[in-house]
Write a protein that binds this ligand. Structure first.
Ligand SMILES: [Zn+2]
Length: 174
């Protein structure tokens, strides 16, 4: 077992993500960890999402066209109901296909909605990719699990089973 390799997101080919540079630098692929600082995640701050622990992304580049990213981190944001902090652990892994041109990346995503693709032309940083994944998961906001509005039986909403009982009794031959 060799020591785990720790890369910087500023390493060649990651900032911005450049497919040819990655392939040249890691022709046999690489498995590595990339620590990402909260200060690099500007859009999370804009969405009032903060990290509760250091974010370390595990990254595998196959030397061909695919990078696999994974992370497991605790995040904090404001509950959409009570506006108090709400914490959530987020574990994610995603495969991202790499292309030279934006057209190729678009085509790959169009042909398969499950595919995540970036191109060298997109000029995106690795950290932006991670931000995207986090925002996709919790950017729409979080609520405390016990912070739901209380649905009361006496709220005037008809009970569907009552309706059914009524319907059945109406159909009964008199
Ligand atoms: Zn709440």
């Amino acid at each position: 077992m060799s020591d785990p390799i720790v890369l910087s997101p500023d390493s060649d080919g990651f900032s911005p993500i450049a497919f040819q540079r990655l392939a040249e630098r890691f022709p046999n692929g690489i498995e590595a960890s990339l620590p990402i600082l909260e200060s690099q995640l500007r859009r999370l701050k804009d969405s009032s999402i903060s990290l509760l622990e250091p974010l370390v992304v595990s990254m595998g580049f196959d030397g061909q066209r695919q990078i696999r990213v994974g992370f497991d981190v605790a995040l904090r944001t404001d509950c959409m109901r009570c506006m108090k902090p709400v914490d959530r652990r987020l574990a994610l892994s995603a495969d991202v296909l790499l292309f030279d041109t934006a057209e190729q990346a678009d085509r790959a995503m169009m042909s398969d909605p499950e595919v995540d693709a970036v191109s060298t032309e997109d000029q995106r940083d690795f950290t932006e990719l991670i931000e995207d994944e986090i925002l996709l998961e919790i950017g729409h906001g979080l609520t405390h699990s016990d912070c739901q509005p209380t649905l009361k039986d006496e709220s005037g909403r008809p009970n569907p089973f009552q309706d059914l009982a009524q319907l059945l009794s109406m159909k009964k031959p008199s």
